[in-house]
Ligand binder design. Structure first.
Ligand SMILES: [Zn+2]
Length: 404
């Protein structure tokens, strides 16, 4: 008997989770996950709209390849409570290192094992079953329930949530509250929810000098020597002190590359890759200006030149707990977690970026609440089976609080 088949003892959330994990949807592929979700939602009165962005003639590893997205909505009025998530998963790595094949969902030792079990197919299964349970009890609920599902979160995230949000904005369709089902929990389900995320600003710094022989430095301009004093000041700078919700902005250099490999050649160029994770106390323009002020000072009298190519991955966002509708949403999440688990919840803005960065700028209140994140993106990704029905109950309770 196969481990992967649904048994009669599987709860609806576990059964749907297995069905999603069986589809090997390595980013940016969907492999039929969204069809499965849409079928379940249309059975309970959702209107489904598949949105395709990108060029389907391109190969799968091209940044602009076509991506399938699902926008599903039940109801026409506000407030709009939206569950957001992604069906794509990261690659498995060496399959031989997995205890169970990554696309054969298996229950063992109280866990559901498989790629996407934590990030984030179980979260999506919880969305769907929570909606089914809620709609059964409240067929005429207030406002609207929506799902925004993409297959391009783990990759370049170019034709996913960002484009769906643009399409909704273009027709003035607003999300009031958005629950992103990314795995936010740490030691137990619901112990941490994210009510914001830091911004991410990346850059490549190129310093250009003049190549030459190390024995004739007066005939060359060494870009490595030119950069060192500026870099020392750069890494020691303070960008802000953070605030109640955010830690201080941090700068990290991730790569420095220079040199030809030869021991007797002064290279012409040097490249430095760095990244800011920034709080709401600063912004993109300010970080750029402060960075340029440092390098301008050191390069003003240098024969070497520098140039920076910037790339903003996302601005920081915050859903404050003490303000009107944002506070109402955060408190609905906290109440639901308390009701199901009996425990309090910590608010956090830590971690990497998520698709919340695309949704928050529309004015939506964004909170991330999902299963435990201990094994995400790892070999032997797994999730506690008991958490699935509990998270379903939490999501259903959030709907009760906001639309019941
Ligand atoms: Zn994820």
């Amino acid at each position: 008997m196969s481990n992967t088949s649904n048994t009669t003892t599987d709860s609806p959330t576990l059964a749907l989770s297995k069905a999603l994990i069986e589809r090997p949807s390595i980013t940016p592929n969907d492999e039929g996950c969204q069809e499965l979700i849409a079928e379940r939602l249309s059975a309970i009165g959702f209107d489904n709209e598949f949105m395709y962005f990108g060029d389907k003639t391109l190969s799968k590893d091209d940044d602009d390849v076509e991506v399938k997205n699902l926008w599903a909505r039940r109801g026409t009025t506000e407030p709009v409570v939206c569950f957001a998530g992604h069906t794509d998963v990261v690659p498995t790595g060496d399959v031989a290192n997995w205890r169970f094949p990554p696309f054969e969902p298996t229950v063992a030792d109280g866990f559901l094992w498989g790629r996407g079990s934590a990030d984030m197919k179980t979260g999506i299964a919880c969305f769907v079953v929570a909606c089914e349970n809620f709609v059964k009890k409240h067929p005429n609920h207030k406002g609207s329930i929506a799902l925004l599902i993409t297959a391009d979160e783990e990759g370049v995230a170019k034709n996913g949530t960002v484009k769906v949000v643009e399409a909704l904005e273009a027709r003035n369709e607003k999300i009031t509250h958005c629950l992103v089902g990314e795995p936010s929990s740490t030691k137990r389900l619901g112990d941490v929810i994210k009510n914001g995320r830091r911004g991410s600003l990346g850059a490549v710094l190129t310093v250009t000098g003049k190549q030459g022989h190390v024995a004739y430095p007066h005939l060359a301009v060494n870009p490595i020597h030119a950069l060192m004093p500026a870099l020392a000041e750069f890494v020691q700078s303070e960008w802000d002190k953070g605030n109640e919700y955010f830690p201080a902005t941090s700068l990290q250099i991730s790569n420095i590359n220079g040199g030809t490999g030869a021991t007797n050649v002064i290279p012409e160029t040097l490249k430095v890759v760095f990244n800011f994770r920034f709080s709401t106390e600063t912004n993109e323009d300010e970080l750029k200006a402060k960075t340029h002020a440092i390098f301008d000072k050191y390069f003003a009298d240098s024969q070497a030149d520098y140039h920076i190519d910037w790339k903003l991955s996302g601005n920081p966002f915050l859903t404050p707990v003490d303000e009107g509708s944002a506070g109402e949403f955060v408190s609905a999440c906290q109440t639901a977690i308390k009701a199901v688990t009996g425990k309090e919840t910590e608010l956090s803005t830590s971690g990497g970026t998520s698709d919340g960065r695309f949704i928050a700028p529309t004015g939506a209140n964004v909170v991330e609440l999902g299963v435990r994140n201990a094994t995400i993106h790892q070999v032997n990704e797994k999730v506690e089976v008991d958490d699935l029905d509990n998270l379903t109950a939490i999501y259903e309770r959030i709907l009760e609080e906001l639309l019941g």
